[in-house]
Design a binder for this molecule. Sequence first.
Ligand SMILES: [Zn+2]
Length: 140
Amino acid sequence: MTALDATDNCSVCNLGQGGAKTVVHEDDLFVVAQSHRYPWGLVIATQRHNGGFWTMTDEEAAAFGPLTRRVGQAMVKAWTDQVYLAAFGEEVLHFHGMLLVRNVAVSEAAHGAMYEQLALLEPREAEAHARAEEIRDLLC
Ligand SMILES: [Zn+2]
C-alpha cells in the first residue's frame, strides 16, 4: 500500500461517508462539503488521491472550473457577498480547494501576514522574476 492508497484515516475520503457536516455535491470526480475543521466554507476535492492541482486528469481539470463556479454562485446567493478560493495541499492526499466565506477580520489578518512574509522575501525578488520567466518559456 502506498501513501496515495491510504484511505482509512483520510479526511477527504471520509467526507462523503459521514465525515462532513454537509455534503453539497458529489459525483465521480469531486466531492464538495462543509468540513468540520472550518465550517465557514466548503471543501472541493477530487475523489481520488493525487499530488495537487497539476496532477488532475484532463477530465477533472475540465470539470473543476464549471463546478467551482456553480458552487461559488450558490454560496453568493445563499451565504455571503464574497467567496475566496484557496488551495494549499499540505496535509491531504487529494487536490482540495477551500471555498471560504468572506470574513473581513480573517481577510485582513491573512493579507497582513502574507505581505509581512513577502517583505522578508524581497531580497530574493530577482530569483522569483527568473523563475517566472522560466515558467513562461516552459509554456511556449
Ligand atoms: Zn483520501
